[in-house]
Design a protein around this ligand. Structure first.
Ligand SMILES: [Zn+2]
Length: 157
């Protein structure tokens, strides 16, 4: 890890600590493109009443707005903590080039942010998951997929 990368990581850590003072969760993230920070955020779940407002998701949303794009290829994310499954998914969907994190998911679990149950849920059949889940009405749902498949002028992503 280079000195400048350490600076990005330190900024993510600083944001995680500042977040505490502002009433948010202790998580921060920054996104860098071409050696420049284009997005820096912290967790705002309780501040925004938004359970998806994790630092990484907030950082991805802000970076996409800044670049006016849904594609963050060419960017790197620095997070004060190992991403939860939601954020990890968002990191892949946004096509970030690289991820650096400080605290591990074990460190997060130790202070009450345990996401291991989500990883466990992914391993078991849908009908056995904690959230009552049923696959229904596929024949009607599939119509939009067929229309998408036939559409000639779609923006693929
Ligand atoms: Zn997360």
């Amino acid at each position: 890890m280079t000195e400048i990368q350490k600076e990005y990581m330190r900024r993510a850590i600083e944001l995680s600590r500042k977040s505490l003072a502002n009433g948010g969760g202790p998580f921060g993230a920054v996104i860098v493109k071409d050696g420049k920070i284009i997005s820096e955020t912290s967790n705002s779940v309780t501040l925004d009443n938004d359970p998806t407002a994790h630092a990484e998701v907030n950082a991805i949303r802000k970076a996409c707005k800044a670049l006016n794009s849904f594609d963050l290829a060419g960017c790197e994310i620095y997070s004060s903590c190992e991403p939860c499954p939601m954020c990890l998914g968002a990191i892949y969907w946004s096509r970030l080039d690289a991820l650096y994190f400080g605290n591990t998911k074990k460190d997060a679990a130790d202070i009450g942010f345990d996401d291991s149950f989500i990883y466990e849920e992914l391993e078991i059949p849908v009908e056995k998951r904690r959230v009552k889940t049923s696959q229904v009405m596929r024949d009607e749902s599939i119509v939009a997929f067929q229309e998408w498949d036939d559409k000639m002028d779609k923006i693929e992503y």
